[in-house]
Each structure stands twice: as structure tokens, then as C-alpha cells.
Design a protein around this ligand. Structure first.
Ligand code: MG
Length: 310
């Protein structure tokens, strides 16, 4: 498949997502894309107008591809703004200048210009990228491309200090994880995975569309095109169990742990007492009860050719 060039491309840029002023790098990117035959408009977020609304405007302006220049939160906002149910022809592109860039790592993009100042390689991954149809998850009516989480990890995403995330990146999540872990004591959950029901005390439930969770391969068998979500339920309510789960995920031994329920499924319902927070792609999105579903091959997304051929 040839790499397409786009006559009507949009870049959605969130000036506060990166750790450095990258505006001039984005201008270089637009120039380099023009050299490859793309015509690209820049949409910059403001306090009043976020990435989701800008993606909506870009699609209304006729964009064939909307490039999220930012992190996974910006990608999530752009995916929701594209409204794939109405606009399945619109492609998502990624210029990874966020904090964690988990989606970019998942698909094998290895150039992170906010660290190096080098936008050439990241731009080349757009120019040489090929479109793929990827599954999307739904949490209520919010799309997610990476994962949804219920419980402790959602609490962590709520706790992260915005300023600390901006300057310390992933360390901000570690700091919030320690703070939240000291306070959180789990909850009684009722989790319906397709036709099975589990009632447990749980630390958290991770619903993965991709293999990586942050930078760890939590869902080793996940395939972003198989029409299934990979669910891990981490049971328990004591701090030692929490530490065991954390260690298990980091070491990759959680799949053999009897306190971890793992299923691949299409439809998930989570109820909890007390109600638990929910996040999608590390953005808080509400509380349980929540229903989750998969939209098979619902998103056109530009990825490195090697990811498709792997
Ligand atoms: Mg899958």
C-alpha cells in the first residue's frame, strides 16, 4: 500500500501538552509535509477551546486527516472530536509530543521530538505512514483508543497535579500512585464480562485495547484489530495485595496470579460499592456504574508500515 498524501490535513496542537515550547517544530513539520504534497492547517487549543472541539471543527472544514500533536490525552480528545460513527473516512495521525506517548510506543513510533527537538523523524512517520482500521473502546459514550480503567488507576489520573505532570512527566503519575495507594482501600465490584459475572473486592479493573499500559505490557495478548477488549480484574482489598499486583504487572507474572481475572470480551459492565472513578486514556470520565463496549475497526489511523507488516 502506498503512503497517501493529504490535500486537506489538520494538526491539532495543544501548547501545554509538551514539556517545552515546540511551536517552531510544528511549523517545520507543516513545511516538511507540504514538501511531501500535504496541505496542512494548524489548529491551536486555548483555555476556552480544547482539542476535541478543534477536531470537530477540522472535520467540518473538510479535513481528511486530523493529526493529534500532543500526548495520549490529546489523541483521545481528537478521536472523540472526529466522531468516527459519522465520519469513518477521517484518518487519525499522531505527532507524539506528550508526556507518555503510549499509543506511539505501541505502534512502534520511536521518535519523540519534545525530548530531542528533532521533528524530522516524527514527521517522516506521518509521511511514510499507512492507514489501518483499529478497534475503539467505548466507556458509556466516550471513545478510547488505549484503555479504560476503573478504581485505583482512575483515582491516580484524578490525583495527578497538572503542573507536576507538565514538568516531571511520568514521575507525576508515580507520585500520585503512591498518594492514592495509601488512601484507597478497594471496593466491592460486580463485573460482567460478556456472559460471566464476577463479584470481588477489587483494586482496579483495566480494560485494554492495546498491549501497553503506561510503559508496561499489561495485556500481552491484546490485538488492536481483533474486535475484543482485554480485561484484567485485580482482586483484593489489602495493601500487600496491591503491592503484589503492582510487582506482578511490572514483572509480567500477573497472568499466573489466581487473584487476577483475565478475559477477552466484547461487552463489560462494572458496578461498585462505593462507586469508583473511571478513566479513559488517563482522562477522568465519571464514575461507576459504567458499560463498556468495543467498536471493531472503528477508527482509521496512520501507523508505521512495519506495525501492519509485523
Ligand atoms: Mg483487541
Amino acid at each position: 500500500m502506498a503512503s497517501p498524501s493529504y490535500k486537506n490535513a489538520a494538526i491539532i496542537y495543544n501548547p501545554v501538552a509538551g514539556q517545552r515550547n515546540v511551536r517552531s517544530g510544528i511549523e517545520q513539520t507543516i513545511g516538511r509535509l507540504a514538501f511531501a504534497g500535504w496541505r496542512t492547517a494548524l489548529y491551536e487549543t486555548t483555555i476556552e477551546v480544547g482539542a476535541e472541539e478543534l477536531a470537530r471543527r477540522a472535520v467540518a472544514d473538510g479535513a481528511e486527516i486530523v493529526v493529534a500533536a500532543g500526548g495520549d490525552g490529546t489523541i483521545n480528545a481528537v478521536v472523540n472530536g472526529i466522531d468516527v460513527a459519522k465520519n469513518p473516512h477521517v484518518t487519525l495521525g499522531v505527532l507524539p509530543i506528550g508526556t507518555a506517548n503510549v499509543w506511539a510506543r505501541e505502534v512502534g513510533i520511536t521518535s519523540f521530538p519534545q525530548l530531542t527537538g528533532d521533528f524530522k523523524n516524527a514527521t517522516d512517520t506521518l509521511i511514510h505512514g499507512v492507514p489501518m482500521l483499529a478497534d475503539l473502546g467505548l466507556a458509556g459514550d466516550r471513545y478510547f483508543l488505549l484503555w479504560a480503567g476503573v478504581g485505583l488507576d482512575a483515582l491516580i489520573t484524578q490525583e495527578v497535579h497538572f503542573e507536576l505532570k507538565r514538568w516531571a512527566g511520568g514521575l507525576a503519575f508515580a507520585e500520585a500512585g503512591v498518594r492514592a495507594g495509601l488512601r484507597y482501600t478497594g471496593a466491592r465490584v460486580r463485573v460482567t464480562l460478556d456472559n460471566e459475572v464476577f463479584e470481588n473486592d477489587a483494586w482496579f479493573v483495566a480494560i485494554s485495547n492495546i498491549r501497553l499500559y503506561a510503559h508496561v505490557p499489561l495485556a500481552k495478548n491484546a490485538d488492536v484489530t481483533d474486535g475484543l477488549l482485554d480485561v484484567h480484574l485485580f482482586a483484593g482489598n489489602t495493601p500487600p495485595q496491591y503491592l503484589k499486583h503492582m510487582a506482578g504487572v511490572l514483572l509480567g507474572t500477573h497472568t499466573q496470579d489466581p487473584d487476577v481475572v483475565y478475559r477477552q470480551c466484547r461487552h463489560i459492565r462494572i458496578e461498585a460499592e462505593p462507586a469508583l472513578p473511571v478513566h479513559v486514556d488517563a482522562e477522568p470520565v465519571g464514575n461507576t456504574p459504567m458499560t463498556f463496549a468495543v467498536v471493531p475497526r472503528g477508527l482509521r489511523v496512520l501507523v508505521p508500515r512495519e506495525f501492519i507488516e509485523a
